[in-house]
Design a protein around this ligand. Structure first.
Ligand SMILES: Nc1ncnc2c1ncn2[C@@H]1O[C@H](COP(=O)(O)OP(=O)(O)OP(=O)(O)O)[C@@H](O)[C@H]1O
Length: 585
């Protein structure tokens, strides 16, 4: 990110709060006027009130100093009120923006990333960017004003002393800008290491069973130690540069103050400045030095904000699911006559998973997609639900490319049961009724259809039993039955798509569900990914895949007679089915 782009992004971030920032700045300008008044009042107090021993004037100046302080505090309350809103709203806006993007981002983004890394990076970046809500940053131009106004006052008091002070400023600025470059580099390293740490933690939690069973705790800890060691070194380097920055500031200040006292004493002897004048000069000089230190601190702060902003904008800029400008709604009343794959290919990371796939599914058909592991079945599901887009070719509904429809209306016609289903850490009923549209009767009916009803009745709180994180408190088969009940409960859909929906079912539960499925005419089309020969025999059509290509389309008998590999696969599956039936008995 170039420096200019960073400023543009910062300006956009604070644009909604420009009114607040103006008010805060004006209030700060007024209060800093008070800061300029106080040293002058102090000078008068010393030169007239104390040295000339005029007690009544001294009282007046003390009263004025207190009044200025009081006015400053009242303005401080106004400033706090407007500052508070910016400070609270900016992280809120960033969180809101990030979370909306998480939900609209293309599904493939999360296939390559560990979710704990995404989460930790977002938290870090939002916290770093939000540190800009620091008033000092928002009102940095007030500090510039303070520097110039302070300089004018100093010149007025004594131009010779002012020149001594000005000489130190470029040295301080040069040191800060050199340190800034180093600090940006180290922040980038720290952010990368933090992401590795989050990935480690995410894998350790998700893979805890594997780590324990394989006895690789030591191995994992060794990998963590390398990361922590690098992180420790980077942080100590950062601390070192911070220390150098502070040290250089302190040196500059003390050297300047000593020079000021020595030169000031000489000027007092020569009657070129009064004692009060020297005290006022030292007070004004701190009014100039303070904003210079603040600006150099802001430069350091930008060194952590810049890489965080870069990464946040990269995340916000990742491919989201955005409807085409002329996308139309796939209305509820539109009948789905056919789905057509026309020369469809799909490549993940340049490797083709589907290659020139062609098939049509007609209204009323119940169709199976089959093939060995890795043949491309789930890739077809990914394309049908628009989680991915074809690299070549097109998928059509009633002769219209599915990309012509809005994502939401297009997906609303599908009831999908994917291979991996997520159960929310909520009750059984809420996991089925995720769109809040169902009655308890509707929930129970879909549970009966999926075969979940009987085991739910035995749960401690029946439908109100909490299932744990991703259904951790349920068995694999029970989880699948609840997920299938959820799929079957979705209202107003037209196409049922089951990807190995009953793979964890026991033999008899599966038989009962399949029988219901074959008799049901609830959906316009049913697409099933399954290897169960009993089911395949009774479906209208089978699309047989091998190595990402369609190698046969037909009913069971047609494929069985024409395709040797299909026969082999069915024979192997039938043996397994017989075994399962014996065990179930
Ligand atoms: N997100 C991905 N990124 C990269 N390659 C992928 C991705 N998903 C699948 N693949 C690859 O695409 C090919 C087809 O995978 P797909 O999941 O569609 O097969 P499948 O027929 O559903 O397999 P299975 O029966 O094992 O579920 C495989 O070679 C797989 O390695």
């Amino acid at each position: 990110m170039k420096h200019n782009d960073l400023w543009i992004s910062i300006r956009e971030l604070f644009h909604p709060y420009r009114k607040n920032i103006w008010i805060i700045s004006i209030v700060m300008l007024i209060t800093s006027g008070g800061s300029f008044l106080t040293p002058w009042l102090t000078k008068q107090l010393i030169d007239i009130g104390i040295i000339k021993m005029d007690f009544s004037l001294a009282m007046q100046y003390v009263g004025l100093i207190f009044l200025v302080f009081l006015i400053q505090q009242i303005f401080g309350v106004v400033q706090f009120h407007y500052y508070k809103e910016v400070s609270v709203r900016v992280p809120y806006d960033l969180n809101n923006r990030a979370c909306k993007h998480v939900l609209s981002i293309r599904t493939k983004f999360f296939k390559d990333r560990n979710f704990s890394v995404v989460m930790s990076e977002l938290f870090q970046d939002i916290a770093n960017i939000s540190s800009l809500t620091d008033t000092q940053f928002l009102t940095s131009f007030v500090n510039l004003f303070k520097i110039f106004a302070g300089m004018a006052a100093l010149f007025y008091i004594n131009w010779k002393l002012t020149l001594v002070m000005i000489a130190t400023i470029p040295i301080k600025m040069l040191i800060s800008s050199l340190l800034y470059k180093k600090q940006v580099e180290i922040y980038k390293i720290i952010m990368r290491l933090q992401s590795h740490f989050s990935a480690w933690l995410g894998d350790a939690i998700s893979g805890i069973v594997e780590i324990k069973v394989w006895g690789i705790i030591g191995n994992r800890i060794t990998k963590l130690k390398v990361n922590l060691e690098e992180s420790k070194n980077a942080k100590s380097k950062l601390m070192f540069y911070g220390y150098v920055d502070n040290l250089s500031s302190s040196f500059m200040t003390i050297m300047f103050t000593c020079a000021l006292y020595l030169y000031g004493a000489w000027l007092i002897q020569k009657n070129e400045i009064s004692i009060g004048g020297l005290v006022a000069f030292i007070s004004y000089s701190s009014l100039v030095f303070e904003p210079i230190s603040i600006i150099s601190y802001l430069i350091t702060q930008l060194s952590s904000v810049k890489p965080a902003f870069e990464r946040f904008l990269r995340f916000i800029g990742t491919d989201a699911e955005i409807d085409k400008p002329d996308a139309v709604e796939l209305s509820d009343s539109t009948p789905i006559n056919e789905i057509k794959f026309e020369n469809v290919s799909l490549a993940y990371d340049h490797e083709k998973a589907l290659d020139q796939v062609n098939f049509t599914i007609q209204q009323g058909e119940k169709v199976a997609i089959i093939g060995l592991n890795g043949s491309g079945k789930s890739s077809i599901v990914n394309l049908l639900l628009r989680f991915y887009e074809p690299t070549e070719g097109s998928i059509k509904i009633n002769d219209n490319d599915i990309r012509e429809y809005t994502f939401e209306s297009y997906r609303s016609v599908w009831s999908l049961m994917a291979q991996d289903n997520y159960l929310f850490n909520d009750t059984v009923a809420n996991n089925i009724n995720i769109s809040d549209e169902l009655t308890m009767k509707g929930i129970s009916e879909s549970c009966k259809k999926s075969g979940a009803y009987s085991f739910i009745q035995e749960l401690p709180d029946k439908m109100d039993t909490r299932v744990g994180y991703n259904g951790a408190k349920l068995s694999g088969g029970q989880k699948q039955k609840i997920a299938l009940a959820r799929t079957l409960a979705r209202n107003n859909t037209k196409i049922l798509l089951l990807d190995e929906a009953t793979s964890s079912y026991d033999y008899y539960s599966e038989q009962i569900f399949n029988e219901e499925l074959l008799l049901s005419s609830r959906y316009t089309m049913t697409i099933i990914i399954t290897h169960r020969s009993e089911l395949l025999k009774r479906l209208d059509k089978i699309i047989y895949l091998h190595g990402g290509k369609v190698v046969g389309i037909g009913n069971f008998d047609e494929l069985y007679t024409s395709q040797e590999s299909f026969r082999d696969m069915i024979t192997a599956t039938q043996k397994e089915e017989k075994q399962n039936a014996i065990y179930a008995f």
